[in-house]
Design a protein around this ligand. Structure first.
Ligand SMILES: NC(=O)C1=CN([C@@H]2O[C@H](COP(=O)(O)OP(=O)(O)OC[C@H]3O[C@@H](n4cnc5c(N)ncnc54)[C@H](O)[C@@H]3O)[C@@H](O)[C@H]2O)[C@@H](O)CC1
Ligand SMILES: [K+]
Length: 585
């Protein structure tokens, strides 16, 4: 699933209209219909008591991303399993669509007729939706949706943020159609608007054309909508959100559902915007994905489908019947100090659980006796150093140990030491295998002009959290978080590295200028050692022959899934520890 900026979206709109000859009004019609269908689905969900994401999916349709997180397992024969269990297909067979819509295993009747189930709501008479209409095409989408809602028997009242006569282009056509149908309309500031009397609000004020903080009537309508306590469905993006960065300009809509049109917008994946969008449903409006591919849209959502097809990852992780420990590669982990030995241990254990054949943990000599037996499957190698810490002189030993190993991971619990820049440079320039750099090793890198180091034949994966990224990019953490996708894309391309920018919705960016945004994971994973586990997983996958992008993307995905699984085993997500994630792999 492609993730676009507002600019990329405009270009894809333009190409669809000009190259394919599909009129803009047709796209707007599709958008309006999709929004109306999702509002009807939402009404069903609420009538069923609301509740869990599963109940939401039951109310009709689940997107690829939201509905299929667990990976299919070659050996389990559960291909295509999804959380919604196939209860409803996309578009939602609703309560009124039962006639002739039998599911798998039900004999089709000889003759059947079914209505437009996705646009039918049994208790439509109980609903009254306010449609907040902005001046641009987002407002046009809302007007098209309003017609479909009315057709389904749902009462609608249009609330124009600006005089209806000021709408232009396709939005003006929609305004004329709504007026011709006699849809009740109010103009904000001129007519009284009773938010308390409605059952829900469609936010079609501002979309990808929004610039800066909502002004005037827009700001007042947004504040009133939020204050009403009524559920809000946003068209494309919650109004007030920056579609690219996810920056939330006050006031901004707090949506229960966002019906994103054509392609996912970057701002819906980046916080704080991501938190204001509620359930995000991406609906096709007739703009082919092939156009996004041809135009080189660089960002995608990381889904099992993207892993399988675009990244060519064998997500079933099949093992050869003839395989042995030598088949699955050997990881060297250079990590840990006396006070932070656990970081090295976690990374090493995670590499083993990721399925590599062997792991050697290189550590300061004095540490070795204390960790013997901590994980009996590990091999330990004393690398020298003083008083349980690393020293510049240990580089030669790490280099020696790295030869014949398939990947080296360096950094967790490493600490800083005299001459650490030259130490890391020796590894960077000397290790003839992929290198995963994390934690303190990233801080060392940030203090070095590593662009002047000899270029490597083998890939480098950097796994910074936002603070480490800030040091690498010489920005503040807030600046890093302002547009994580944009920054990751730029940094990875400029520095020729695969970058894993951790945090909620980790971004994996490639030296070739592509980015993948992960949505597996759980807030409970914000605890010490979780990053060390990720480093180990990525290294373990690299050792098994995955390339840097495959290992980074699949590693991040699996790490998040394991975190979700581990949380489910706890009474409280806050109790999660990093070791639980390793055990849930
Ligand atoms: N073919 C098309 O034209 C399509 C349009 N689509 C819809 O169109 C939207 C983009 O439409 P537009 O480019 O017309 O832009 P918008 O509808 O997002 O908003 C533009 C209007 O809002 C005003 N505005 C911008 N920022 C403001 C602020 N901070 N405070 C108050 N007013 C502000 C502008 O003056 C302009 O009148 C998408 O989000 C989507 O909903 C989609 O349906 C796809 C197809
Ligand atoms: K909107």
């Amino acid at each position: 699933m492609y993730v676009v900026t507002a600019e990329e979206m405009r270009e894809l709109d333009r190409q669809t209209i000009e190259r394919l000859g599909i009129p803009a009004i047709a796209l707007m019609e599709n958008a309006g219909r999709a929004i109306a269908e999702e509002i009807i689905r939402f009404c069903r969900y609420q009538a069923g008591g609301g509740g869990t994401p599963a109940a939401w999916n039951q109310a009709g349709g689940a997107s690829e991303a939201a509905g299929t997180r667990e990976l299919e397992r070659g050996d389990a024969g559960a291909a295509g399993r999804s959380r919604n269990g196939g209860a409803y297909g996309p578009g939602g067979r609703g309560d009124a669509g039962a006639l002739g819509s039998g599911g798998p295993g039900v004999q089709p009747p000889g003759f059947s007729v079914s209505g437009d189930a996705a646009l039918t709501l049994e208790h439509a008479g109980a609903e009254h939706w306010l449609v907040l209409v902005g001046k641009g095409n987002n407002g046009g989408d809302g007007l098209a949706a309003a017609r479909h809602l009315r057709e389904a028997g749902i009462a609608v009242t249009l609330v124009y943020a600006a005089a209806p006569e000021s709408l232009a282009g396709e939005a003006a056509l929609q305004q004329n159609a709504a007026a011709a149908m006699g849809l009740p309309a109010a103009v904000y500031g001129r007519d009284r608007v009773d938010f308390a009397a409605c059952s829900g609000i469609l936010d079609a004020l501002l979309g990808t054309g929004s610039a800066g903080a909502p002004r005037g009537a827009y700001a007042e309508l947004i504040a009133a909508a939020n204050g009403s306590g009524k559920p809000i469905v946003s068209a494309d993006i919650p109004s007030g959100l920056d579609a690219d960065t996810g920056r939330a300009h006050e006031p901004y809509i707090h949506a229960a559902v966002t019906v994103c049109l054509a392609f996912l917008k970057r701002g819906l994946l980046q916080y704080p915007g991501a938190a204001s969008a509620g359930q995000v449903v991406v609906r096709s409006i007739g703009i082919p994905a092939a156009l996004a591919r041809e135009s080189g849209v660089p960002a995608s959502l990381l889904t099992p489908e993207v892993l399988r097809t675009r990244l060519q990852v064998d997500v079933s992780r099949r093992r050869s019947p003839e395989g042995h420990k030598g088949t699955y590669g050997h990881v060297l982990v250079a990590a840990g100090t006396l006070s932070m030995s656990g970081a090295g241990l976690l990374a090493s254990r995670a590499a083993l659980r990721a399925g590599c054949g062997l792991v050697t943990w290189a550590l300061p000599t004095m540490l070795l006796p204390y960790v013997i037996g901590a994980a009996p499957e590990l091999m330990l190698a004393a690398a020298g150093g003083e008083n349980g810490a690393w020293s510049a002189g240990t580089a030669a030993e790490v280099l020696r140990l790295s030869s014949g190993r398939d990947v080296t991971a360096v950094g967790p619990g490493l600490g800083r030491f005299e001459g650490d820049g030259e130490w890391l440079r020796a590894l960077w320039e000397g290790i003839e295998a992929p290198l995963v750099i994390d934690a303190d090793a990233l801080n060392i890198l940030a203090d070095s002009e590593y662009g002047s180091w000899a270029s490597r034949r083998h890939p480098v994966i950097l796994t910074p959290h936002p603070g480490e990224m800030a040091r690498l990019a010489r920005l503040s953490t807030a600046e890093v978080q302002r547009d994580r996708i944009g920054l990751a894309l730029t940094y990875a391309r400029e520095h020729g590295v695969t970058l894993v920018l951790k945090g909620a919705h980790t971004v994996i960016a490639t030296p070739e200028g592509e980015a993948y945004v992960n949505i597996t994971g759980h807030p409970g994973m914000g605890t010490g050692g979780v990053g060390d586990v990720l480093t180990g997983i990525i290294a373990g996958l690299l050792a098994q022959g995955l390339n840097a992008v495959q290992a980074a993307a699949f590693g991040v995905y699996l790490h998040g899934l394991a975190g979700e699984r581990a949380v489910r085993l706890r009474h409280d997500p806050a109790a999660l520890t990093a070791g639980d994630i390793i055990e849930a792999l």
